[in-house]
Design a protein around this ligand. Structure first.
Ligand code: ASP
Length: 445
């Protein structure tokens, strides 16, 4: 490991020339920041109906494909880059890039190529402004035939390309297919490019600078002034991502968690804030209580299937899961009692296909009774050691009982990272507040 920092900047960092200058200042204020992953320009503050460049390019390509007028959008794309280049005072030829893009659009290079030009052109401009080298992600990020990242080829190419590069700007969000076409990662996928780069240069740290305000240990709309999460492990972050709190792209966690490179989430609008560190293990000085965060979602359904002797039958789970899988509805959780097997689902498709699903379950299992409970909220108490620390369950249940709330279900994650509590939607907010007071202690703030 060396002392290099890889920094990914989200779209807000490139929304206007002023923001780009501020971004450049951040980059240059720390000599260890040597590799920068850029996003396409973001929404400009105070301009109603302004769009992210990535969205503009998606729309432009769709219009072209539908034989609608796409020229207007192309002009808007060009004008945004021209504004940026003028504002920064760099001699970058935007027109040449736009002509090339248009030519390739007509050649049928496809949606992903067109959309990737947002990051591509922005990175070239930033490289010019900083006087750094531009390295195209297409030259070291490779997808396999199955559409997933070809890790081996990518890491080998990345190690080679960065070996003799002191400083570089790299466009995030895309790579090359075996057929030599450009392919995008999922939205927010510039994070993945940053993770690949950080691995390739064996970075000491990977940073993500965005507009995301602080990462709170509970929803500030429910809990007043919740503590900010200063330290979190990759494993814990996976739980938060599952609950819909998107801090870094999920695929990054899988790329990074076992190689000892920490991430730091920083806020571009609050550069003095130290942000949140994501590490494999919590640092010694992090004196938080067991739980890191209380996260939750409403509007689940539980389907209870009751049958005498169910405990002695084999293959029940396979049949039940099969019925949901065939209809593309994922079973988020399941519970089994002696005579009862219950499935928790969230997908609204369940309501649409309810009659059909219940008929299929009746046919396959021949139960005595099937009931569906609605309006269930699941609250996850996330934290390493949730299952193995003494007294956790008592704390959870006392807090919920004291608040006079009925618990509908409880599940302890087998990975020792979470405990899930199911309550009725009407009790959701009160339960979150009760659990917050019982389980989260501010980290010495
Ligand atoms: N610009 C892309 C998006 O909006 C990728 C990224 O920002 O990471 O999703």
């Amino acid at each position: 490991m060396n002392d290099v920092i890889v920094s990914k900047f989200g779209s807000a960092a490139f929304s206007t020339p002023d923001m780009i200058m501020k971004t450049a200042q951040i980059i240059l204020s720390e000599p260890r920041r040597r590799y920068v992953i850029a996003s396409a320009p973001g929404v400009r503050f105070g301009i109603p109906e302004d769009m992210k460049m990535t969205d503009m390019l998606f729309i432009m390509n769709a219009r072209y494909m539908n034989r609608e007028n796409f020229d207007e959008m192309m002009t808007q794309v060009r004008d945004r880059f021209v504004d940026i280049v003028r504002g920064l005072g760099v001699g970058f030829d935007v027109e040449a890039e736009i002509v090339q893009m248009k030519k390739n659009l007509f050649f049928g290079k496809g949606n992903d190529y067109v959309v990737s030009r947002g990051e591509y052109i922005m990175s070239k401009i930033l490289a010019e402004f900083l006087g750094w080298k531009f390295i195209d992600a297409a030259d070291f990020v490779f997808f396999g035939r199955d559409g997933t990242l070809d890790r081996e080829k990518t890491f080998a190419a990345a190690a080679k390309i960065f070996a003799d590069t002191e400083h570089a700007v790299i466009p995030g969000f895309y790579g090359t297919t075996p057929g030599n076409a450009i392919k995008l990662f999922p939205r927010g996928g510039g994070d993945i490019t940053a993770a690949i780069t950080a691995r390739a240069v064996n970075a000491a740290l990977c940073e993500k600078w965005s507009e995301t305000t602080k990462i709170f240990s509970a929803d500030p709309g429910i809990v007043r002034n919740p503590a900010v999460i200063r330290n979190i492990t990759y494993e814990e972050l996976k739980q938060l991502t599952y609950m819909g709190i998107n801090v870094i792209h999920e695929d990054v966690i899988f790329l990074m968690q076992n190689i000892g490179i920490p991430w730091r989430i920083r806020n571009i609008n609050d550069i003095n804030d130290p942000g949140t560190s994501v590490t494999a293990d919590l640092p010694e000085e992090s004196h938080r209580s067991v739980a890191a965060c209380i996260a939750g979602k409403r509007n689940y359904r539980i389907i209870h299937i009751e049958k005498f002797g169910l405990n002695r039958l084999t293959g029940i789970g396979v049949k039940v899961f099969g019925i949901f899988t065939e209809r593309n509805i994922s079973c988020e959780h399941y519970m089994s009692g002696i005579y009862r097997f219950s499935i928790v689902v969230k997908n609204p498709l369940f309501d649409l296909k309810r009659a059909e699903i219940l008929a299929a379950l009746n046919e396959a299992i021949k139960p005595e009774k099937i009931t569906v409970e609605k309006n269930l909220s699941l609250i996850t108490v996330v934290g390493k050691g949730m299952g193995t620390t003494k007294g956790i369950f008592a704390r959870i249940f006392n807090s919920i009982a004291e608040a006079g709330i009925k618990v509908r279900m409880i599940e302890q994650g087998s990975d020792d990272l979470n405990i899930i509590i199911g309550v009725y939607d009407e009790d959701y907010e009160q339960a979150v507040r009760a659990l917050y007071s019982a389980m989260i202690l501010p980290e010495g703030e």
